[in-house]
Design a protein around this ligand. Structure first.
Ligand code: AMP
Length: 410
């Protein structure tokens, strides 16, 4: 997943001089592997399926071919449409596009729900070349007659697997049916299950398939550990872990929105530079918190899976699974928030004694044993647990291995 810089330069990929200048200014000296593989095929006008995860430079890989071939005095209305699963990703991709624009004549805009539609309608009227949006808002703007797709020549489905998970298939199909057939289509996805394959066969022409997802789905450079801890001792443990680890920036994942809110209320008096993000917050609040996190003003961000995935902030040194994810696949997505672009990262999970089986499933998913850590002078088990029958009901050897410690220590 982590891109190691290649010896190839962007000039080797035959990008235009103005674009090369912008890349140098952005300190992008060598293409990442997905960029090196994808850009030449896309520049030839070919449809491409790119199997790559966030953090590998995939955004620039699909933006650069469009920015390279953009021409002034083209037809009015947008010529590129990028569909993404979340609001945060829409903002992120649009920001990357602005950063890499070789001329200020190229107008980009992120459109997503939760913000006032009127200002987006006005901007579209004034002329936008590249639209990055979530499927719902894109359809809304089409229905209002503000977004016209007849000029689209370049369509991208970013994080296609995630968009389908969220249930965007009908919206995506409605949108793609309105985009002219004579277009180029790129699809980026960490995984290509059957559902994604169906999209590619229906809406892409002879796509070239690039697979840069390693067999082992986790980032090898990330140190993955866990603490065994009772539910009601987690908060104390979190405080200790933050002191011990001194993260540059951390995301703390909770399972539910209300858990994230509760944790935020408890943590804020102790760690003033913390924030919380979940789907119930107003868009303006989410934008403000994300901006603070990107700028490093927020050091600890409490998040749920829905908003956590796709957050790309290079400063994230630690991911803390305050609650294990319900869906094991989300473990991989969560820990992928750290260890970006060659940085080392740390992923720490809090596992209750009852979650031994869950931990085992995660270990099977990532194909490695997570190392257990202990906090010196910290009581991981609440006094109430002492009343529990001291005979552990070990269903499996691993379950026994995890939970037995609790009883031995009492
Ligand atoms: P992405 O996978 O698109 O989310 O990119 C992850 C991060 O890598 C972003 O912060 C990009 O700005 C950065 N990035 C993308 N391409 C390059 C490159 N060739 N060299 C250095 N940084 C890059």
């Amino acid at each position: 997943m982590i891109p190691t810089a290649t010896k190839t330069t962007f000039a080797d990929l035959h990008l235009s001089k103005p674009l090369l200048r912008v890349l140098a200014e952005a300190n992008y000296h060598h293409p990442t592997p997905i960029q090196e593989e994808l850009i030449p095929h896309a520049l030839k006008g070919r449809d491409v399926i790119g199997q790559a995860q966030t953090g590998t430079g995939k955004t620039a890989s699909f933006l650069l071919p469009y920015l390279n071939s953009w021409k002034e005095n083209g037809p009015p209305g947008p010529t590129a449409l990028i569909l993404v699963p979340t609001r945060e990703l829409a903002v992120q991709v649009a920001e990357e596009a602005k950063k890499l624009c070789p001329t200020h004549h190229i107008k980009t805009m992120a459109v997503y729900g939760g913000t006032r539609v009127v200002s987006q309608m006005k901007a579209l009227k004034d002329g936008i070349d590249l639209v990055v949006g979530t499927p719902g808002r894109v359809l809304d703007l089409i229905a209002r007659g503000s977004l016209h797709l007849h000029g689209i020549k370049y369509a991208v489905l970013d994080e296609a697997d995630r968009m389908l998970d969220i249930g965007f298939r009908p919206d995506i199909e409605k949108i793609l049916r309105r985009v002219p057939k004579e277009r180029q289509t790129l699809l980026l996805s960490a995984t290509v299950p059957d559902s994604v394959m169906r999209l590619t066969t229906r809406y892409m022409i002879d796509p070239f398939h690039i697979n840069l997802c390693p067999d082992e789905p986790t980032v090898s450079k990330i140190r993955q550990t866990f603490y065994t801890v009772d539910q009601d001792r987690k908060f104390e443990l979190l405080l200790r872990v933050l002191v011990k680890e001194r993260p540059r920036q951390a995301i703390v994942f909770c399972r539910r929105k209300r858990d994230a809110d509760k944790l935020f209320t408890k943590l804020r008096p102790k760690v003033p530079r913390c924030g919380a993000m979940h789907g119930d917050l107003q868009q303006s609040q989410r934008d403000r918190i994300m901006a603070g996190f990107r700028q490093g003003k927020v050091v600890v961000l409490i998040a749920t899976d829905v908003v956590g995935r796709g957050i790309d902030v290079v400063g994230i040194s630690h991911v803390i699974n305050y609650d294990l994810p319900d869906d094991i696949e989300n473990y991989v997505h969560r820990i992928g928030r750290t260890g970006r672009i060659g940085n080392d990262g740390v992923a720490i999970s809090f596992v209750t004694p009852e979650e031994g089986d869950h931990l085992t499933s995660i270990e099977m998913q990532v194909n490695r044993l997570l190392e257990e850590e202990r906090m010196p002078n910290f009581e991981a088990y609440s006094p109430r647990a002492k009343k529990v029958d001291p005979e552990p009901k070990a269903a499996s050897p691993v379950f026994g291995r995890r939970s037995v410690k609790k009883y031995r220590r009492l």
